[in-house]
Design a binder for this molecule. Sequence first.
Ligand code: PLP
Length: 342
Amino acid sequence: MPAPLRLRLDAAALIANWRALDRLSGTAACGAAVKADGYGLGAAGVVARLAEAGCRDFFVATWAEAATLEHLDVEVAVLHGVRAEDMAAALRGHARPVLNTAAQIARWREAGGGRCDVMVDTGMNRLGVSVEQVQQGLLDGLQIDTLMSHLACADEDAPANARQCAALHALRGRTAARRLSLASSAGIALGADYAFDLTRPGLALYGGVPREELAGVVCQVVTPEAQILQRRTLASGESIGYNALYTATAPTEVAILNVGYADGYWRGFSNTGSARIGDAVLPVLGRVSMDLTAICVDAAPLLAEGDWVALDYSLPHAAALSGMSQYELLTGLGARAERVWG
Ligand SMILES: *Cc1c(COP(=O)(O)O)cnc(C)c1O
């Protein structure tokens, strides 16, 4: 049964974004963060297309996510490392762990685990061993592919960026790591110093713009499209939706769309979002419901029950309108939508 909601996914835009980020990464390789099911786009579909374009390094959060990519024959690293209950999966070797703690490292050594990545904390204080632990030899003897760190404030011009960058540079040569890696999407825009040997963009691959420098570079990849379930005319003075948040001041042509906040079309789009058919702009009327959203179709009165409209979903603009982050706007998508690559 075809769903009444779909995500139109632009493969050419995804690949163009990866190529642009790869160019900006200079001599460093450019990987892809595909955790959270490829930021809502579907990890397997994203990985297949990026691998075809030449991307070699993929990052997921968990072993369950890694398992969904097993059939694709690509290099996958699992950012959350290995808990005891992950070891059976990890030792099968279809992905490598990013070890984050002394306990994870001990677990990996004791099990005779081979190639791994390591996260070193340079100031974010989230995951990773400390710089001091690395200096004291905690990683000695490990077969490390990539020694990585993660920037806390890369989307701002914060002094912490240069400090974190210097802290990772200071570890060059201290371990057997084949590569060093620091930059995610925003970090790539900070310049060549931040690229090291491998970059790990996520957001910008999918059309997100974390820093102005990337505004002209990144293209939109995802467009949600919803089907019209009902048409009606609102008389002047009538209101619509929960809590009657919109009242018509003139007769208004309305379409009810099969999309709501349970689909990731958040309540912040109430009375602010819009849809589009051709050049006609169709503003959201009233409150977004769980499964339904009303739009004004005065600009396209021929729209009928069963027709489809595209939601305006340019991520920087949609984030400003809805009060959600560009990350949340992506990762919320997809639970009930059909994904259509074109
Ligand atoms: C999510 C993540 C990335 C990608 O970050 P974006 O801001 O989406 O580009 C890179 N590295 C790590 C460790 C991450 O957790």
